[in-house]
Design a protein around this ligand. Structure first.
Ligand code: SAH
Ligand code: SF4
Length: 354
């Protein structure tokens, strides 16, 4: 994967390439102006001469992703299925979700095709792992959503732009550290997508050395898939806990640098009779540091063949109420795009023709 990709080139890099191709360097800025809007389709770049387009096509990767399908949910959520454009390789698929609200538009991006970590309640975990995405493939998901919002604008008063990014799609972002860090740098670059660290959230099952490095290099908002504050239970629900247990996780979270008035999010998927008991609730209360952390209770999103059942709404509400009464910020995550299997943990690509 050494071919440079339009989705990840900086202005300096593209200017240099233009020069080596014997083309005027100012074309680099023109091409990147389109790219930064989300447009990677050379045909749509109106002010770019054919000679430049042909040279780009021949020498660099222009489109890292190919849109296979797009589904729209009743609530405005959009789910995209992309095939990775990798020459000479069997097709691999990933999914991206756009979640519009009144005053923000969030892109949920994938960082790997599948996941090796095998959390037993997660649909992605049941899929065969097919490898890490490149930084270009990660960022191109955001570009594709931007382009789609230009072509098919958002209705019903929902926010029609990309304002926030969450690394909560397929895969464990910190198991693909190098490319994910590179993608963060592209998302934050002032002359590219220019998103502040406060608008980016990375969700991880808890790879501690990587979290530490993230805090040093790209201190974005952090979300941790906690799901239980009892070691024996978490060992099963989030198997990486067998390597990095709750005591080490606690130390790591205490050291994570927070942006002003921001909190670490502890994600807790509510599973009936598994982690929704009184004992689990008490352990959770003991684990949380209320000044620095908040709890996001997640409704279990079911999928065909899953062995778990979601907790009853009354149990979820009791958890939320009790946490709040102890001075802990707690919210219940609204499930979005459920009707198109776009909700958390439901992402699993179904290969066409199989
Ligand atoms: N690998 C990362 C990010 C992707 S998963 C991680 O585990 O944090 C994003 C969130 O969805 C995680 O909190 C994950 O635990 C949760 N999730 C996975 N499967 C789910 C399901 N079936 N229902 C609800 N949430 C789920
Ligand atoms: Fe991987 Fe996250 Fe799913 Fe666990 S919850 S299998 S880490 S994607």
């Amino acid at each position: 994967m050494n071919t440079p990709s339009l989705a990840s080139l900086s202005l300096t890099e593209l200017r240099k390439l233009m020069q080596t191709w014997g083309l005027p360097a100012f074309r680099a800025q023109q091409v990147l102006d389109w790219r930064n809007k989300g447009i990677l389709d050379l045909n749509a770049m109106k002010n770019i001469p054919t000679a430049v387009k042909v040279t780009l096509e021949e020498n660099i990767q222009v489109q890292p992703l190919q849109l296979v399908s797009k589904q729209k949910s009743n609530d405005g959520t959009r789910k995209y299925l992309f095939a990775l454009n990798r020459a000479g390789q069997a097709k691999k698929y990933i999914e991206t979700v756009f979640i519009p609200e009144e005053s923000r538009g969030t892109v949920c991006i994938s960082s790997q095709a599948g996941c090796v970590l095998d959390c037993p309640f997660c649909h992605t975990g049941t899929q065969k792992f097919e490898g890490n995405l490149t930084a270009a493939e990660i960022v191109a998901q955001v570009l594709a959503v931007k382009a789609d919002l230009l072509a098919d604008s958002m209705m019903n008063g929902l926010y029609p732009h990309v304002s926030h990014i969450v690394y909560m799609g397929m895969g464990e972002p910190l198991a693909n550290e190098h490319e994910v860090f590179q993608s963060l740098s592209l998302l934050m670059a002032t002359d590219y997508l220019h998103l502040s660290r406060r608008r980016i959230t990375l969700s991880t099952s808890g790879l501690l050395p990587q979290i530490e490095r993230l805090g040093k290099d790209f201190p974005v908002n952090l979300a941790i898939s906690l799901h239980s504050a009892i070691n024996e239970h978490r060992n099963i629900l989030v198997p990486i806990n067998q390597k990095y247990d709750l005591i080490s996780l606690r130390k790591c979270l205490n050291a994570y640098p927070l942006a002003k008035s921001r909190h670490i999010t502890l994600e807790y998927v509510m599973l009936q009779d598994v982690n929704d008991t009184e004992e689990s609730l008490q352990a959770l209360i003991k684990f949380v540091t209320p000044e620095r952390e908040r709890v996001n209770l997640i409704r279990f999103n079911s999928y065909p063949g899953s062995i778990y059942q979601g907790s009853a709404t009354s149990v979820i509400n009791k958890f939320a109420k009790t946490l709040i009464s102890k001075g802990i910020r707690a919210t219940v995550r609204r499930s979005r795009g459920d009707d198109i299997m776009a909700a958390c943990g439901q992402l699993k690509t179904v290969k066409l023709g199989e």
